[in-house]
Ligand binder design. Structure first.
Ligand SMILES: Nc1ncnc2c1ncn2[C@@H]1O[C@H](COP(=O)(O)OP(=O)(O)OP(=O)(O)O)[C@@H](O)[C@H]1O
Ligand SMILES: [Mg+2]
Length: 230
């Protein structure tokens, strides 16, 4: 039964207003809400919408806007680190800051690309091997790793261990096939994972990241034959 708004207990009024994705994006002065199209991808933290003819917009999911585990400051810090270690794979990426609400959205060029799977990985194996070596240096120097699989990749790659109808996939880097250009790797999600919780402040989020890192490592070794940590 719908309850009239003025009967909502006051404790709920303490929560920030629950804007829909489009309303939330419209609070960013640079964003034109009419340009936001259908959802074309999803991850743990963002829904990815078409944005105009050339771009996508990544909008943090409602739950993470209310409880911002991922902050603008963290996104900026991770992007800086990823660009330092993997510059050759990172394409244009703009992170916008809201003036009226805490938070961010990411606008990125839309990549016409496929997830990397055991079937197509041969087309970019040399590049992927170089990227894995750069990841060894990143772990050694900073105690963090690139998150190769992403949320959907972890799901599909683990289900594939027990059910051959699932295809193992790496979703945070894509295999880009532009006309007149050899296939290449493009990074679309610049998120990082803590590798060793003895090196961090062992908050809950860091602990979960250590688990995700080890799942990434095991599944990539098993399905793609590469070890992301030396
Ligand atoms: N620039 C892009 N062009 C085309 N598709 C994209 C682009 N960026 C993301 N996608 C699609 O959306 C999916 C999710 O995007 P992304 O990895 O950025 O979200 P996330 O919430 O940060 O993910 P994670 O679960 O890894 O934290 C990607 O795996 C990809 O399939
Ligand atoms: Mg992702």
């Amino acid at each position: 039964m719908n309850r009239p708004e003025n009967n909502i207990p006051t404790r709920y009024k303490l929560l920030p207003p629950l804007h829909s994705d489009i309303e939330y994006a419209a609070t960013f002065p640079e964003i034109i809400p009419e340009q936001i199209g259908p959802v074309i991808g999803e991850g743990t933290f963002h829904l990815v919408y078409e944005y105009g003819p050339e771009n996508v917009i990544k909008i943090p999911r409602l739950a993470y806007r209310v409880f911002p585990i991922i902050t603008l400051e963290r996104v900026r810090r991770e992007q800086k680190t990823v660009k330092k270690y993997f510059s050759e794979y990172v394409r244009e990426n703009t992170t916008l800051e809201s003036l009226s609400l805490p938070g961010y959205v990411i606008v990125q060029r839309r990549v016409r690309a496929e997830n990397i799977t055991p079937r197509n990985v041969g087309e970019v194996m040399e590049e992927l091997t170089r990227l894995v070596s750069a990841n060894h240096r990143l772990i050694e120097n900073e105690g963090v790793s690139f998150d190769f699989l992403g949320f959907q990749g972890v799901l599909d790659s683990s289900k594939a261990l027990v059910d051959p109808s699932y295809i193992p996939s790496i979703t945070n880097i894509l295999l880009e096939k532009e006309i007149n250009h050899p296939p290449r790797i493009t990074m679309v999600d610049l998120g990082l994972l803590t590798v060793d919780n003895r090196r961090s402040d062992t908050t809950g989020v860091d602990g979960l990241q250590v688990i995700f890192f080890n799942i990434n490592r095991a599944l990539i070794k098993y399905h793609f034959g590469l070890d992301i940590k030396e």
